[in-house]
Design a protein around this ligand. Sequence first.
Ligand code: LLP
Length: 432
Amino acid sequence: MFVSDCLDINNDGHLTIGGIDTTEIAKEYGTPVIVYDENSIRNNCRAFVGSIDKYYNGNGRVLYANKAFSCLEMCRICNDEKMGLDVVSGGEIYTALKAGFPAEKLYFHGNNKSYTELEYALRNGVGRIVVDNPEELGNISEIAKKLGVTANIYMRIKPGIDAHTHDFIKTGQIDCKFGFALETGEAMENVKLAISTENVNLKGLHCHIGSQIFDVDPFVLAAEVMMNFIIDIKNETGVVISELDLGGGFGIMYTENDKPVAFEKYMKPVSEKVKEIATQNGIPVPFILIEPGRSIAGAEAVTLYTVGNVKKIPDIRTYVAIDGGMTDNPRYILYQAEYTALCANKADKPRDLEVTIAGKCCESGDLIQENTMIQAVEKGDILAVLTTGAYNYSMASNYNRVPRPEVLMVKDGKVRTVIRRETYEDIVKNDV
Ligand code: LLP
């Protein structure tokens, strides 16, 4: 029944995370609250870092895609685990620097980085800027010149791969706001432009084919397309690209319908393809980067809510209202994302009641899950939604002026706050 190894049921029949009773956590910290298991996050980091060692002799780097869940403590953990960070905004760069993260291990993505953000990145020595469009290339060159530095850049390439996932999170195809298209010649044209641009050093290429992908084939195909492009660049310009960032997107388990593939299963065939093409063409195997986000943090957290009213509409459905909703988890309203929910204080009981979990916002669509099976839930119960570690807090809002929840981490039997609960004072702090 469980989507993550960090979850279990104790002798009282309560859901535990990292061995700690979630109902006790709810009592002490209040709800809604998001609780991460730190050891599981670290295990995921180590699995990815270990696979770079194993399949590329350590000639590569794992970047945590910070957008999945960004805060000071996550940056510290990733630094500790010898990873880099994929950052997509001035705010994410600021968070990382504030956490003491080495700037040279920050990789700056985004389809519309502002001049100010680029300047901020270059002034602070951000390691790589992933160029999305020619205007940005011009801005980077201008700023680098002004600062008397050379910017190390990647080019974001659309490899044209359909990774069979939700339309909103498909980013490898030609009709996509990110990067340069291969098939139209746009990518080659801009690579040539980058090579001839002053104050920039074209270090590598980047692609990201989508998110929550379970198939191995699209990753292998993306690696093949990107390696072949590296060969084309060498043939046309003589320049040998030495770094290749293959993005993230590895799928995780939200419900029993999801069948995640072990990381190794992606890494092995992808690395074989990369090495095969490098060997065949007599170029060194590039320094490889991968950018897992969801697969680092997603399954390693639960959100705990207190159940308010339970509204039975005869012959239609039963609404279970909780004290959070789309403000802490907008993924159902955005993507109809599936989740596993259960009653944390009745976790050992059968899930034999069909309910719709409704948030507290003044919005009919504010639902967390429709027609899902949970235990016979009553007012005052603690409802746990599993796999809420990625793209929940990071996409949270203050709609209806609802304060964002507290975020906790558990480790070795101890609980600590990593993001404080917002107060009403926080809600008005920017109002004038
Ligand atoms: N690298 C790049 C360039 C990305 O754009 C992303 C995610 C990742 C890595 C990490 O992908 P992951 O391993 O987490 O799948 N808000 C959506 C997901 C948006 C993904 C954005 N880019 C959701 O909640 O499903």
